[in-house]
Design a binder for this molecule. Structure first.
Ligand code: ACM
Ligand code: ZN
Length: 516
């Protein structure tokens, strides 16, 4: 039998003799409320077949020929779990919930010839898939990719394409980093200056010589309608869009729009260079908290995700140290220092979010000065923050820069690559990502919700470049997060990626070619 290459690799797969062929007479039978329309929508463009959708009943289940059946699992299959049985007569997809059906559908797409991924009819292809039995479920509940649209932003259609590609690899969380020192990207109706002023910077560092600006104004933002369109597009494909609104740092665009929110109170401009900005929200100013409540209220209205990311990273404390209002807050709240003031700040936001049924997640700096009681930690400065948080009983998402920073160079020889941030993360290094570090107590491992690849875009000005940095490293991450392989042969990974590249070619994804 020819090799089968699936990304991510299913947990259990048994090959059988024979094949099923989708043809002009194939019908799809779907139970009520099951996404048969998604399957038909994926198969019709390339095949040109009608693939009519029919309701499912018991007779069909046993007897249908030349049929694809979507059958709700009777038993206690988890929402994301599915099985897929291919026989010469029929293909049966069973799942615990809608998410599981969507995963089964993505697996089915990968079982067909790669031309199935084309968006127009393909001549001369026989649409066969090998007979087999798959029983599958994810190892981790959080399988994410992050995209920074503060440093550079990308059109709505690209965000949707990126989400489509994520769905193909069974990612389920799109972490959308929406606010930065160099640009505020989400329309907030109550504070129009956030996007009128905060979305536009005077210039951008030149990638090859980042100390120099390019002299060209840059900016833009997503309207609330556009953000909602992206949330709906993602939800259809089983992906949650988690927004990130950064506090207390990475706030220079907001301070430029509303200077009264900063300790100094005037003279701000959007950053024209990369790096960490000393100006952050004033923790002593009550208006900051009413502003943030308003901003988060509009944000929650757009994004139904359980988790709301509040940033929390890279917030220098020198302004707070010199600010009478911040010092008064430290005194009034009985805090020891600026680290505890940051912790107090995050706790204000956390209780506000919790009252509205949402959960706060932040970068691992939110551990400094004491973690908010219900906070989830996104560990990025290596794994230590994640280890500390999990051992203290907090949930954690692992995104250590040593394995998950997809903005890093993909080769040790930087001269061979487009300019990137000054670190290296090869595909081979990514493939060594241990989602659960050994230093986490066995009884705390359940706090590791999963992991995520992060795409910071200081050096990534175009959509092609986003894809070049994301793929194929994100495919390796998808594999790790789905089936958490114990044994990892890099040679075997490379062979699988190589065999899989025609899929990316047909999807029109601009991946980085494998090294010879
Ligand atoms: C980060 O990379 N500053 C979270
Ligand atoms: Zn202050």
């Amino acid at each position: 039998m020819p090799e089968l290459t699936l990304f991510p690799q299913p947990q259990h797969l048994q090959r059988k003799p024979g094949a099923f062929t989708v043809n002009a007479h194939t019908r799809i039978f779907a139970a009520d409320g099951v996404p048969g329309d998604m399957l038909a929508g994926y198969l019709r463009p390339a095949t040109g077949f009608g693939l009519p959708l029919h309701p499912l009943d018991d007779d069909i289940l046993a007897d249908a020929l030349n049929a694809i059946l979507l059958v709700p699992a009777d038993g206690d299959m988890a929402d994301e779990a599915y099985s897929l049985d291919v026989s010469p007569e029929r293909v049966s997809l069973r799942a615990g919930g809608r998410a599981g059906f969507l995963h089964a559908i993505q697996t089915l797409r990968q079982l067909l010839p790669p031309q199935i991924l084309a968006d127009a009819p393909q001549d001369g292809v026989t649409w066969t898939m090998p007979c087999l039995s798959i029983s599958d479920a994810p190892a981790f509940a959080w399988r994410g990719l992050h995209l920074d649209v503060g440093r550079h932003m990308f059109p709505v259609d690209f965000i949707k394409k990126f989400i489509d590609t994520m769905a193909f690899y069974k990612f389920n969380t799109f972490h959308w980093h929406l606010t930065e020192d160099q640009g505020w990207r989400l329309e907030i109706k109550k504070y129009p200056r956030l996007t009128e002023v905060g979305a536009f910077r005077a210039e951008t560092p030149i990638p090859a010589t980042p100390k120099q600006g390019d002299g060209k104004p840059y900016g833009g933002f997503y309207t609330q309608d556009e953000a909602r369109e992206i949330v709906a597009h993602a939800a259809d494909r089983g992906i949650t869009v988690m927004p990130e609104i950064e506090v207390p740092g990475h706030a220079r665009a907001a301070l430029t729009a509303y200077p009264e929110l900063g300790c100094v109170g005037e003279g701000y401009q959007l950053r024209r260079t990369w790096g960490i900005d000393p100006d952050i929200y004033c923790a002593g100013e009550d208006r900051v908290f009413s502003f943030l409540a308003d901003v988060f209220e509009e944000t929650l209205d757009i994004f139904p995700s359980e988790f709301i990311h509040i940033g929390g990273d890279e917030a220098p404390k020198q302004r707070w140290a010199a600010c009478p209002k911040c010092q008064a807050r430290i005194k009034a709240e009985g805090l020891a220092d600026e680290d505890e003031l940051q912790s107090w700040f995050i706790r204000q936001i956390e209780s506000w979010l919790n009252e509205r049924g949402r959960r706060l997640i932040g970068w691992d700096e939110i551990l400094e000065g004491g973690l908010a009681p219900n906070a989830t930690v996104m560990s990025w400065r290596g794994s230590d923050g994640g280890i500390a948080a999990a051992n203290a009983g907090h949930d954690v998402v692992m995104t250590p820069n040593t394995y998950c920073y997809l903005d890093y160079y993909q080769h040790e020889d930087w001269t061979r690559e487009p300019p990137a941030i000054a670190s290296t993360l090869t595909l081979e290094q990514t493939w060594q990502f241990a989602v659960i570090p050994e230093a986490i107590a066995a009884n705390k491992a359940g706090h590791i919700l999963g992991g995520q690849g992060n795409i910071w875009t200081e050096y990534i000005p175009s959509t092609d470049h986003v894809e070049y940095m994301a793929f194929p490293r994100a495919i390796a991450l998808a594999d790790i997060l789905w089936n958490h392989p114990r044994e990892r042969s890099y040679d075997a990974l490379v062979q699988r990626v190589h065999a899989h590249l025609p899929c990316l070619d047909i999807l029109g994804v601009n991946y980085r070619p494998l090294d010879d």
